[in-house]
Design a protein around this ligand. Sequence first.
Ligand SMILES: Cc1ncc(COP(=O)(O)O)c(C=O)c1O
Length: 363
Amino acid sequence: MNHTVHFASDNYASVHPEVMAAMAAANEGHDVAYGADAATAAFDAAVTTTFGDHALGFPVFNGTGANIVSLMALSPRWGGIVASEHAHINVDENGAPERVGGLKILPLPSTDGRLAPDQLARYAGDLGDAHRAQPLVLSVTQSTELGTVYSVEQMADLTYAAHELGMRVHMDGARIANAAAALGVSLKDATAGADVLSFGGTKNGAMLGEAVVILAEDLRGSLGHDLPYLRKSTMQLGSKMRYVSAQLGALLASVDAAGDPLWLRNARHANAMAARLRATLAPLAEAGALRFTQATESNAVFVELPRAAADTVRADFRFYDWQPGVAPDSVECRWMCAWDTREEDVDGFAAAVARALETAGAR
Ligand SMILES: Cc1ncc(COP(=O)(O)O)c(C=O)c1O
């Protein structure tokens, strides 16, 4: 079997053994379908322990589904969703928000994946204009698509500004665990200011499974009522939900001897591996052989290097080009680390990058 660890995506990673064990434990005989099962009850309890008594979690199959269900729940038919131009909902969901949800995305420019409060003014003037999609929801991604992380203060300022304008806030938390680990805060604090969260599991050691989590106390009644119907009609209701719930429950509630939950251990490790990759490559950046294009604040390293060198490395390791580089014949790549990326994987990959840059004459 080929055990090469790639740097393409945290989706390439295997399933964490504690998640597998939780699924095996749920795999006992019959239990009620569609969520009235013991594993889902345990997940529900973990949601309130993690996010607060009023939080309500709804397991779904994937991140795109979590986003669409969340945004449909938050937006009326005439609403628009303000988001960064890099948002997964804007560029990487094949128009699912538009096609499935009938939602209009209102993109804003961003150089590092984050949005600033004053940018909301771009669409705020459309409020009350029947000819314009109403900017009623802000969707923020934490950690961002570019591997950066909003500080707690930045997120508080942005979500405050959105709420002041009468907008609701959705958080795409496909990598919220990485953000919380990077910030050194609880999931509750990392999601403060969001009304509805797409809680990510798949990139954090699960097999498949995410959840829509209603965080805003004042939405618990209305959205708590709507979500079961919305989830079913958008094809995100799993009949054997216990297996999805068991995974998410393990991430939230499976603790080690030090009391650290699995989500934190996995995310902390993935972030540390990205930091190691960046530190190992730093001398090459200082020598001008490659260029870091974003801060490494979570589990991603964004880098520009000669296309020839990238293609040489790609013979042994998979990773994605992000966009053409600024320099001629160069490319910007995204290198992702996961919970199961080992130090020796990072070191082997960094050595392959160094060799390829040498061959390409970049150092
Ligand atoms: C920021 C972000 N949101 C959501 C998703 C969810 O994607 P999927 O529908 O593939 O689970 C991803 C996956 O790459 C992502 O990076």
